[in-house]
Every structure is written in C-alpha cells, then in structure tokens.
Write a protein that binds this ligand. Structure first.
Ligand SMILES: [Zn+2]
Length: 455
C-alpha cells in the first residue's frame, strides 16, 4: 500500500530515473524475495515509521514546488492576456490552450520562403520556445518571398535577421537561433529539445535527415514543399501514420528535380504553404481538429485547387516499418547521390575553371574560342556576353555536332553550377578541350562588366 502510494507519487512527478527506488515499511519483509518478485533494476530500503512520514512530507513538498514552478512558467502575464485576447473566445483554444502554446517548443529548419511565415505566425501565436536553423545570409534575391527578412538585414545571417523580426513581433517568446547547417552530427542534439519539427528546407538530403530525426525522436514532422505554382503539405508522424520514407523510399536522381533557383517560384506560394504548415503545427500543439497525418495536400495556385491524397504506412519502410534497417542517422548527401565537397572539387579539376579575368583575356586575344551560354532563353534577356553561342543545357547532348573543331570550348551559366555539370557531360561524350567560367555570368558582371545586372 505504502509502496504503491510512493510509486504513484514518483510516476506523478514523472521522474525519469532508469532505476526505481522502493521503500519498504514492513520490518520483517524479506528484501531478497521482494526483489525477485518486482524486478532487478530496483533498490529496496527498509525504513521505519518516522522515516516514512519524513519521505512522504518531502515528496509532498516536491510536488507542491513542481506545481508552482509549472504554474509560474505557463502563467500568462497581463501583457500576454491582452496580446492573445482574440484567442480566448475560441473554445478550442481559450486560456488553457494559450498556456499550452506557451509551454510548447517548435523547431523550424530553414528560415527561407516556407520558414518565414511559419516563424512569424508561431511567434505571433505565442509558442513559448521557437528554434530556427539556417546557415545562409540574407540576399536581395530572397526578399521576393522570404518575408521575415528585410532590406535592412541584407548581409546578416538569416537566423539573426529572423530572430530580430520575431522578437520585434513578440518579445514574450524565446527564440533560439542555430547559425549552422542541420547535419547528421548536430540534428538529434538540437531537435531533442522540441515537441514538433517544421521542415522549411528545399533539398532532398535535408528532407530525409529531418524525417529520420523525427522518427527516431518520435515527434511530428510538418512537411512542406514548393515548385513554381505547386505546393505540398503533410504531417509525417510515424507514431500515428506514414513517414516521408514510406512515401518516397528513394530520392530522385540528383539534378532531376530542379531547385527554386533554377525553376523559379511564385513569391506568394511559400506564403500559402508555410501558413498551412503553421496552422498544422498550432493544431498539433493544441491537440485539436483533424491533421494531415496520413494525407498529402496538393495545392495549385494557378487553378487555386486543393486536393488530398491518402497515404499509407509502408510495411517495408526502412525506418518506421516493423523491421527497420536504419537505426541511426546516415550520410544524407551520399544517400541522395550528391558528391561530397571534396569530390566536387576533385572531379572537375582546377584547370577546367576559368576566372572572369582569364575569359576576358581570351576574348580579347587572337586565339579563337567557342563561348557557349547554356542558360535558359529568359536569362539571355537579363544579361549576356557578346559573341556567345546559345545552347540551353537541356539541348546540349543533342547538339554536340555544333561543338566540332580544334577550338577551345568555354561554357558559362548563371553561377557556375550548371556549367560544371555540362562540362562533366561533354567530357563524358569525349570532348576534352573544354573549360567553364567560375562563378558564371554573375561573377563576370561583378568583376568585368558592371553594366550587367546580377540576378
Ligand atoms: Zn516510414
């Protein structure tokens, strides 16, 4: 009886001890026999009546103290009551819901297009602790859609820029800025402090990493992705439904799905998708409504259509299935077929790179060269280098006959990423005398021709 009352107090306190402690009042009890009955991970102590009273008083004080601490932590101040006053008339939220939001913790990975509305709305709603992870700096080209940043924070790290704006919006919350990439090395340590993780990233290695972290930590992953006019949202929560790997066991081949930088994105699209992710997160924290666990929302901005696809748990899923083969975080760059940084440099040696100054010398020299602009037609309207032949990257493999002759071939694109891929492709086709412009036409505009715009 005493033992059970003490045990229930320990359970109530939610003391996370790997070894349980039992106090036995019975003077003549056989401790060895009791240990056999109850289990091995247990300490048994014989105590007398007086000691038992002392222990019960101590536990009572501990409960009282814990209760007070929790109350202090989640009690709303007068300022907060005024701030969140529009939430209180909603029966599903109310004062209790607002206190729950205050004691919740959400991690947002990425403070770009999706992360912007998520971070702003969660901050405004009063989520007590919000972590933000990013390693980029704010650039002018971000501001068409990444509304948490502003012209005055260009050049600043994205997490600091976002933190500044979030605390300006709501100084009563805690914002933890992680100015670092989210990797297999730090992900579990960072995410273990949060109740929900929101995926605001734009690449496959990060998506698989976030999924696996959430499955391992048993927390929901509020996923969103965007492409031109299309967006997707779901909540992957392996405890209650499928995970991202159930849906996409394997990543697409690298380069098959173009990035937002290559394909473009309507600036307002991440606003719609990120706001839906924020809505999902708030509902998960409050435990209200029906969420997107087991459903994928497909949104198209051109038709303004919302469609749902039901998702099923994959019984053979490598991480959340009954026989998982992934039990810890892996190398996600390698899994998605991305070359590591070291390999990236070694596969295309430095001799293949041409600086803008080198290209200028070659263009003004006597030796004949074949300069090829592999960008898309719309990019030519923004900037161009005189004398360049235009062959878009997608047509290069069908137009190899135009590259004949002894002359040196020099490829260029916007930033040097596509031209590196094109160079590898040409070399694979047996064309050896080929180089590419380091940093692309943007670098040329910066260092050689300041009349050209950088985009
Ligand atoms: Zn799964």
């Amino acid at each position: 009886m005493v033992k059970h009352s003490i045990l229930s107090v320990i359970n109530f306190l939610n003391l996370k001890v790997p070894i349980q402690v039992y106090f036995v009042f019975l003077e003549k009890a056989d401790l060895g026999e009791l240990r056999d009955k109850i289990g091995t991970n247990i300490f048994l102590f014989r105590i007398d009546c007086f000691q038992q009273v002392l222990i019960l008083i101590a536990l009572y004080l501990l409960i009282l103290h814990k209760g007070r601490l929790e109350k202090m932590e989640t009690e709303l101040t007068h300022e907060e009551i005024l701030r969140y006053s529009r939430h209180f008339p909603i029966p599903e939220v109310g004062l209790i819901g607002q206190r729950n939001l205050k004691k919740s913790a959400v991690l947002i990975v990425g403070t770009g297009g999706l992360g912007s509305p998520v971070a702003l709305y969660l901050a405004a709603a009063g989520v007590g602790k919000i972590g933000i992870v990013d390693f980029d700096k704010v650039e002018t080209s971000n501001l068409q859609r990444q509304i948490i940043h502003s012209s005055s924070t260009i050049g600043l790290s994205k997490v600091l820029s976002a933190k500044k704006r979030m605390l300006d919006l709501n100084p009563d919350i805690q914002v933890i800025a992680y100015d670092e990439p989210f990797t297999s090395e730090n992900a579990l340590r960072i995410a273990s402090e949060y109740d929900v993780l929101v995926d605001g990233t734009d690449n496959f290695p990060a998506r698989y990493l976030i999924n696996d972290v959430c499955v391992i930590l048993r927390i929901p992953n509020v996923y969103g992705s965007i492409f031109r006019f299309d967006g997707q949202v779901s909540t992957f929560y392996a405890k209650e439904g499928p995970c991202y790997r159930c849906l996409f066991p394997e990543p697409p081949p690298p380069g098959l799905v173009p990035s937002c930088a290559d394909a473009g994105v309507l600036g307002i699209l991440p606003g719609t998708i990120g706001t839906i992710q924020a809505t999902e997160t708030i509902k998960l924290l409050l435990g209200i409504g029906s969420n997107l666990v087991g459903r994928l929302l497909l949104y198209n901005a051109l038709d303004l259509s919302f469609e749902y696809i039901n998702l099923k748990k994959n019984p053979n899923c490598r991480i959340c299935g009954p026989n998982p083969t992934i039990n810890q975080l892996i190398d996600y760059e390698e899994f998605c077929g991305f070359p590591r940084q070291v390999e990236l440099h070694s596969s295309v040696d430095n001799d293949s790179l041409l600086t803008p100054e080198d290209l200028f010398k070659k263009l003004t020299g006597n030796k004949k060269i074949l300069l090829i602009d592999i960008r898309e037609p719309f990019e030519l309207e923004i900037s161009s280098i005189k004398g360049a032949l235009h062959i878009p990257y997608g047509q290069l493999s069908q137009r190899l006959n135009e590259l004949g002759g002894e002359q040196e071939i020099i490829l260029f694109c916007k930033t040097g990423i596509r031209s590196r891929r094109a160079l590898e492709m040409l070399r694979g086709a047996g064309i050896r005398n080929v180089k590419h412009l380091d940093g692309g036409i943007n670098s040329w505009a910066k260092r050689i021709d300041p009349n050209l715009p950088i985009y």
